[in-house]
Write a protein that binds this ligand. Structure first.
Ligand SMILES: [Zn+2]
Length: 210
């Protein structure tokens, strides 16, 4: 089997292997993105084609669709933290979308591909600037804290991975306060640009049957 770096043009049969299992959304091979990280069950791979991220071993489209359905809100829309966002590209292992229970890390394109498996289309897509700004801000703070998502964990009760040692948690709390405003000043233009270029951090999607 020929292994190659030029992932985009490699047909599935050539690029796929134990290290590069197929993407549950589009079938293209997945490639390594983030190695082992405390709090995550395994390394994270991503699809170079549709952008889907997968923590640990990927399942099939049914499993990814089941997780996608858990993101459905009371209004019926799916709310995704976008792995194709500027925040994710900037944050990598510090991206706030890496949450303890999230196995599939969705993008706009991967959702489109996934729901097509059950004859659905994405009918509308709405950028959520407030939630996106919070996610981008938290991503920036994650680059300076020992823990992960600790500020949003404290402010909004969102899932977080606090640092193991008490002294680390104290430093994290202090850093989150001192750097809150500077991080916000960076997050605002990043997320505004993301929203304009369909690379915002959080989206609300509505699907319907074909
Ligand atoms: Zn894919």
């Amino acid at each position: 089997m020929k292994q190659t770096e030029s992932t985009r043009v490699v047909p599935l049969e050539a690029g796929a292997g134990p290290e590069n299992p197929p993407c549950p959304a589009c079938g293209e091979p997945l490639f390594g993105w983030i190695g082992e990280k405390p709090g995550l069950p395994g390394p994270v791979r991503r699809c170079e084609s549709c952008g889907l991220g997968v923590v640990g071993d990927p399942g099939g489209p049914e499993e990814a669709l089941r997780e996608l359905d858990t993101l459905r809100q009371e209004n019926g829309a799916l709310r995704i933290v976008n792995r194709g966002s500027f925040a994710a590209a900037l944050g990598n292992a510090g991206w706030s979308g890496l949450r303890p229970k999230a196995k599939y890390l969705f993008t706009l394109e991967s959702v489109r591909r996934l729901v097509a498996h059950r004859d659905q289309v994405v009918k509308s897509r709405r950028w959520l600037p407030g939630a996106g700004l919070a996610a981008t801000w938290q991503t920036l703070l994650n680059s300076v804290t020992f823990g992960h998502d600790v500020a949003l964990g404290a402010l909004r009760g969102e899932p977080s991975m606090p640092a193991p040692e008490p002294w680390q948690r104290r430093i994290d709390a202090l850093a989150s306060v001192v750097l809150a405003i500077p991080a916000l000043l960076v997050a605002i233009p990043v997320e505004l640009a993301g929203g304009l270029l369909r690379r915002g951090a959080v989206y609300s999607l509505r699907t319907e049957l074909l």
